[in-house]
Design a protein around this ligand. Sequence first.
Ligand code: PEP
Ligand code: MN
Length: 357
Amino acid sequence: MKFQPIFEKKERPLIVAGPCSAESEDQVLQTARALAKQDIDLFRAGIWKPRTRPNSFEGVGTVGLKWLKKVKEEVGLKVTTEVANAGHVYETMKYGIDVVWIGARTTVSPFAVQDIADALEGTDIPVLIKNPINPDLKLWIGAIERIYKAGITKIGVIHRGFSSFDDKTYRNTPRWQLPIELMQQFPDLTIICDNSHICGRRDILQPVAQKAMDLNFHGVMTETHPDPDNAWSDAKQQITPAVFKELMDSLVLRETISSNEDFLHNIEDLRSQIDLIDNEVLDLLGKRMQVADSIGEYKKRNNISILQPARWTEILEAAAAKGKVRGLSEEFIGKMLKAIHQESINHQETVMNKEHS
Ligand code: PEP
Ligand code: MN
């Protein structure tokens, strides 16, 4: 697959902002006017809202498209909304919506994604695909492939985190390794971090957006509302346009690694040093296990048990002290030695259980 950028924009970050949901014409236009002053690239607002439980606010529906059209014509911002079925796609096309996005609950369903892909066939509307709610990279890639097969090449992805039953920090655990893997497989794919749905709260939006920038994401999508506490959906995670400005101003954009020859050279050098040291560590561990084998033999001959707690405590204490001098934490030393010790015991056991030949 070969992707084109969503927009011709040279500098990072690509900024998508706007309310979780369009609630009224006034709320939509007020937010858009405030955000237009901040040079955002794309205004977002959900019209059809996928909600976990019925009887919550499920979006204003098609009437909201008129408001988005006004944002486009009167405020001059490009606009995007979520589509979850073919009907939504046709409606958005009627109103000239610039970009559509596929939500996390839709990406999980290949039938739904295929329906959307079929409806998009023959258009060149850019499509943003959110990760599925479960951490399944193949499912995410499958959705990208379905849209791509419909002839859309302006495809981007939105990382919005993954559902988890025990995460107390995030609403949706970021699991950064998944978007990183996706970036490695598809280097020309636009990737945007939806810090709002990852965090589910306002106080950690900044570090999550910064982390995305440090990982070379192209942009951020942040929910912005004129009166966040009274938003009809996702109130806890939305911020005012003014706070959004502070957030964007605070982001530090570090040079992308690949463009700096010197950096590449130096990092290469440091990495080869690490490789050499790792080899030595492995050699030493191999040798240590050979000694463990000999001890096993010896104990067996003398009928002594493998585990000798006093000796183990002695080793741990001595190592913790030596580690401290070398800047290694006691926790690390403990974990490392436990793993090595376990491997030694396994070796000794193998030796002791071996039948005499
Ligand atoms: C949203 O962007 O408002 C939304 C519903 O997001 P997600 O599909 O990531 O839950
Ligand atoms: Mn939302």
